[in-house]
Ligand binder design. Structure first.
Ligand SMILES: Nc1ncnc2c1ncn2[C@@H]1O[C@H](COP(=O)(O)OP(=O)(O)OP(=O)(O)O)[C@@H](O)[C@H]1O
Ligand SMILES: Cc1ncc(C[n+]2csc(CCOP(=O)(O)O)c2C)c(N)n1
Ligand SMILES: [Mg+2]
Length: 319
C-alpha cells in the first residue's frame, strides 16, 4: 500500500491508533486546537526532544515502528531523570512526501506502544511536510519532588538503572549488517527499543540527591551532574561492563569500556544516593568525592589507587 492521504484523514488515523486516554486526566485529546489536562497538586515537569533523520536515525537502519518507539522513549526518559511520572505526550511529525499512510501508521503504533509502556498516551501533536523525517516529542509529567542535577554530595554513591554502551554497540552492528547474530540481539534491541526508566526514577525520587539520564554518554551526562553539584565523581571501572556488552563489543570490534563511557542513547538513569539507600533496580558504579586540587568532573580509580581523569567525551550536536 502506497496511499498518501490528506492531512485530515491522517489525523483521523492517528487518533484511532492512539485511542483515548484511560488515565482520566485528559479532558480534551486529539481533535481540538490543543489538548487539555486536569490539574493535579504536584509540580509539573515538561520536556521536549527531537529525533532527526540522518542524525538520530537512518531510514535504512530502523523500521518506522522502531522510530516512533525510540523517539517517544527518548523524550520520556527526561521525565525518568526528574523522578516524574508522565501525564501526556504531544508529538510533532515532519514527513517527506515519500512517507506513506502505512509508514505513518507504523510510526504511530511505535509511539503508542512506547507511551503505553510508560503509562501514558499521545494526546495531540502536529503534522507538517518537510525534507526529512523528524519527530519532536514533548512529555508533560508531575512529581512531588523533582530530581535535579545539582544535589550530589561527597560521601554518596553513584548508581545506575539500565544498560550502558549497548545502544551504541547496536548501532554499529546494525550498520555492519550483523544484527542477526545472537550476540548482537541485546545491543540491537537497546538501540531500536530503548526503555525510559520511569519506574526507576520513581524508586529513586525520595532518596536521590541528583539524577540524570544517559542520552549523550556516561562521562558527558554524569559530568553535567558533577559540574552542577561542584563535586568529583569517581567511577568504579570494574562495574561498567556486562557480559552482554562485552559480547556485543567483541562482535563490533569495539572497546567495551569506550562504549560504556561514551556511547549514548541507552537512556539509563544515573542517581547519587547515600550509600545505604541505593534503590531497587539500581547498581552501584561509583562514588561522589569533594573536588581534588580544585578539579570537578569525572575520574576512574586506577588499580594503584590513583585517579585517572576522564574526558567528558560523548555526543555533541555542535562539537
Ligand atoms: N532551544 C532551547 N531553548 C531553551 N532551552 C533549551 C533549548 N535547548 C535546550 N534547552 C534547555 O537546556 C537544558 C539542557 O538541554 P539538553 O537538550 O542538553 O538536555 P539533555 O536531557 O541533557 O539532552 P538530550 O536528552 O537532548 O540529550 C534543558 O533545561 C533544556 O530545556
Ligand atoms: C545514524 C546515527 N548516527 C549516530 C547516532 C548516535 N547519536 C545521534 S544523536 C546522539 C545523542 C542523543 O541525541 P540528543 O542529544 O539529541 O538527545 C547519539 C549518540 C545515531 N543514533 N544514529
Ligand atoms: Mg536528559
Amino acid at each position: 500500500m502506497t496511499a498518501r492521504s490528506s492531512e485530515r484523514a491522517r489525523i483521523d488515523m492517528l487518533a484511532r491508533v492512539f485511542g483515548t486516554d484511560g488515565s482520566g486526566r485528559t479532558i480534551v485529546g486529539i481533535g481540538d486546537d490543543a489538548a487539555v489536562i486536569a490539574p493535579g497538586r504536584e509540580p509539573l515537569v515538561w520536556t521536549l526532544d527531537a529525533q532527526v533523520e540522518g542524525i538520530h536515525f537512518r531510514r535504512d537502519l530502523v523500521s518506522m515502528a522502531d522510530l516512533g518507539y525510540r523517539a517517544t522513549m527518548a523524550a520520556a526518559s527526561d521525565l525518568a531523570a526528574m523522578g516524574a511520572s508522565p501525564l501526556g505526550i504531544l508529538a510533532g511529525l515532519v514527513l517527506p512526501a515519500y512517507v506513506t499512510d502505512e509508514d505513518l501508521r507504523a510510526i504511530a503504533e511505535g509511539q503508542h506502544e512506547a507511551a503505553e509502556e510508560v503509562g501514558t498516551q499521545i494526546i495531540g501533536g502536529n503534522l507538517a511536510r518537510g525534507q526529512e523525517i523528524s519527530i519532536t516529542t514533548t512529555v508533560l509529567g508531575e512529581t512531588p519532588r523533582p530530581l535535579g542535577r545539582s544535589g550530589a554530595k561527597p560521601g554518596e554513591v553513584v548508581a545506575i538503572a539500565g544498560p550502558l554502551g549497548l545502544s551504541a554497540a547496536g548501532l554499529v552492528l546494525i550498520g555492519r549488517g550483523r544484527e542477526h547474530e545472537a550476540d548482537a540481539a541485546p545491543a540491537v534491541r537497546a538501540y531500536r527499543r530503548p526503555l525510559a526508566r520511569i519506574t526507576a526514577g520513581l524508586a529513586a525520587r525520595d532518596v536521590a540527591s541528583a539524577a540524570i539520564d544517559v542520552s549523550d554518554g556516561l562521562t558527558r551526562d554524569v559530568g553535567h551532574v558533577a559540574r552542577a553539584s561542584g563535586v568529583l565523581v569517581v567511577l568504579d571501572r570494574s562495574t561498567l561492563l556486562t557480559p552482554e556488552l562485552e559480547r556485543a563489543a567483541a562482535l563490533a570490534e569495539a572497546d567495551p569500556y569506550q562504549l560504556a563511557l561514551e556511547g549514548g542513547e541507552d537512556y539509563a538513569v544515573v542517581v547519587t544516593v547515600p550509600e545505604d539507600r541505593v534503590p531497587a533496580g539500581f547498581k552501584r558504579i561509583g562514588r561522589v568525592v569533594p573536588p581534588q586540587d580544585g578539579k570537578i568532573g569525572i575520574a576512574v580509580e586506577q588499580t594503584n589507587g590513583t585517579l585517572a581523569w576522564l574526558d567528558e567525551r560523548g555526543y555533541d550536536h555542535f562539537g
